[in-house]
Design a protein around this ligand. Structure first.
Ligand code: ADP
Ligand code: MG
Length: 275
């Protein structure tokens, strides 16, 4: 092992140094232990005060701890894609108010347990926006979990059969932000609608939900197979909420059209609208 200072250490200095490393290892400050020789060298070379050297050493440990926690939160969040809010093209979503999106990006809505409802037809960026907001929340330190309505229903169904209902409900109550993607793509059986209702109820006014759906709230009775459950669920979901309507052209379709236009221009020289 290289010696940590420019001058050779005498025996008692070396033993002190070893003891310091052992303390850091015992306290599981592995990053600080790793950087100890380097920081001591810098301290000697730059004439750092003891305060400055300690700050530098522990600063490295804090940085590594934060990075590890963030990685853990992102792993737990189970985001289905690398989509980010920064990668969301607001100009392609004219129905959206950029100021509102910025406000959501600040994560302040999580402090008031406000829900976010993203409504729109397929391909307009609902999932992208939900993933981007979930990523922001995880980055800001909030416990975040992403799931789909179908997955939530399947997991609750399995839990009921295996006698783990209470544990599963606690699981869905835990995260500060729960994203439920794709409500309405598949009709939910009555049992699933009531599981969803319970999840929404137990989070009500405590923690936020971001829910995406391709169905206007008027047809939720149909989606949930029960107008009473739908009304009660909407009551809780919308009581403190932000609703974003992402209607307009599908982004997927638009990208396809742009490619087709370019192709047509390069082959015929004149752009023509797609039918
Ligand atoms: P939805 O969930 O509404 O069906 P997605 O979020 O899956 O739509 O979007 C479909 C694809 O188009 C994704 O690859 C997404 O990243 C992209 N996309 C949609 N809207 C936008 C946008 N406004 N800016 C950037 N990419 C977008
Ligand atoms: Mg989607």
């Amino acid at each position: 092992m290289s010696t940590p200072t420019t001058e050779p250490l005498n025996a008692s200095q070396a033993s002190l140094y070893q003891q310091l490393r052992a303390h850091l290892a015992e306290l599981k400050l592995t990053t600080a232990a790793e950087h100890l020789p380097g920081v001591l060298e810098q301290a000697a070379a730059e004439g750092l005060s003891m305060t400055a050297a300690l700050e530098r050493l522990l600063g490295l440990e804090v940085e590594a701890t934060e990075a590890r926690r963030l990685a853990g939160r992102l792993r737990f969040a189970s985001l289905p894609s690398p989509a980010t809010l920064e990668g969301f093209d607001l100009e392609a979503a004219p129905g959206l108010d950029p100021a509102l999106v910025n406000e959501l990006a600040s994560c302040r809505y999580l402090e008031s347990a406000t829900n976010v409802l993203l409504i729109g037809p397929p391909g307009v960026g609902k999932t992208h926006m939900a993933v981007g907001l979930a990523r922001k929340a995880a980055e800001a330190g909030y416990r975040t979990y992403f799931t789909t309505a179908a997955d939530l229903a399947a997991r609750c169904h399995k839990a009921a059969i295996e006698g783990r209902w209470a544990t599963t409900m606690r699981f869905y109550a835990g995260p500060t932000l729960l994203v439920i993607d794709e409500l309405g793509y598949l009709p939910l059986p009555a049992e699933a609608a009531s599981a969803l209702f319970q999840v929404v109820s137990q989070r009500y006014l405590k923690t936020s939900i971001i829910l995406t759906t391709n169905r206007g709230v008027g047809s939720w009775g149909e989606v949930l197979g029960d107008t009473t459950v739908a009304a009660a669920l909407l009551d809780r979901l919308l009581h403190r909420s932000v609703v974003l309507n992402l209607d307009g052209d599908s982004y997927r379709l638009r990208a396809h059209q742009a490619r087709a236009d370019t192709l047509r221009r390069t082959t015929t020289g004149t752009p023509r609208p797609l039918q």
